[in-house]
Write a protein of this length. Structure first.
Length: 83
């Protein structure tokens, strides 16, 4: 399976706790972090509040696209131009 490298900045204390979890479980830090991220993403997928935020963002983007496509809006005139 292909993977994507990412930089993750953690507070030193959290990084040490993550390292300890990995050590105790006999796993790599990357493996433990991947599992935690996957669990977070899966939780968000079923979280009603998160879904509402996604819908709100989609509505804003949809409106922005509509405005960009609307050819009835006159083009902006440059400052100082005749008009």
């Amino acid at each position: 399976m292909a993977t994507k490298n990412m930089v993750l900045r953690l507070d030193p204390a959290l990084a040490e706790r993550l390292r300890l979890v990995a050590e105790v479980e006999g796993r790599s830090v990357s493996d433990v972090a991947r599992e935690a991220v996957a669990a977070l993403v899966e939780h968000r997928r079923t979280d009603k509040r998160f879904q509402a935020l996604v819908e709100e963002i989609l509505a804003r983007h949809s409106e922005a696209l509509r405005l960009l496509r609307d050819d009835t809006v006159p083009p902006h005139r440059a400052a100082g131009g005749s008009g």
